[in-house]
Design a protein around this ligand. Sequence first.
Ligand code: PEP
Length: 279
Amino acid sequence: MGQSIESYIKHLVRDAIGHTLGGLELQRDRKTYVIANWKMNKTINETAEFFQNVKSSKDVSVVVCPSAQLLFPAHLFIKQSGQPIGLGGQNVHWADKGAYTGETSASMLKDVGCEYVIIGHSERRQYAGEDDVLVNKKVKQALKTGLTPIICIGETLDEKNSTRTEQVLSTQLFGALKDLHSGDIIIAYEPVWAIGTGQSATAELAQQTHAYIRSVLKQIFGGQADSISILYGGSANENNAADYSGMPDIDGVLVGGASLQAHSFEGIINVFAKGEQNS
Ligand code: PEP
């Protein structure tokens, strides 16, 4: 089973009770995710090679988000490999269907085997002008279609330096989650200054920020907030993954650059899988 008896019983009790037992704080378990964001990278052959070489783990939820035209081949390669790997899109349109040239609908994502979709990534906010209103429409469309949205939020360097991080994150969360009642979402905290720069946030800073994000989620969803996974993203790699995996409010990572090579992505999966086995 890959878990000690003690850890197995702890998980069972937590799942069954989900609150305090005899003075012992028992939080409902959250899922741990290791998610790859391949951005605009890879050919079909490179995708095949990746899935031939990567070894996933059943102890964490592993998801790969390739670009739109790679989704169906990726779905087939994952099936062929027999590995526990989920599939996600990198973007989705807010409408059901229609005259939206170049766009991909939520039902099209479902049709090619997706269960997840990244929404509001900072690169889409920056290059495609996406704002919180649009992010909110996309999140609702994803949920309506049965996709789990991976909602990206994060402050720029300017905003960080002018101590506006909390204000920015709170605005992004209230905007993205407006009129939502389902907490069946994943939040990815991705400080813009850390994405693709090699300047990852320290695990302590990320933990502090995740705790703040959870406090905002509590204002929105109440107790449901405890079951929402909050991932860190921004130059995460196999060398710093262990620091993040040890933090109570960091429920996994969204990985760009280090997810492109099977061996480095696998290194990150292994770190989080080990963390789960020891918890
Ligand atoms: C991302 O863009 O989602 C990301 C986390 O990128 P990187 O890991 O390359 O910083």
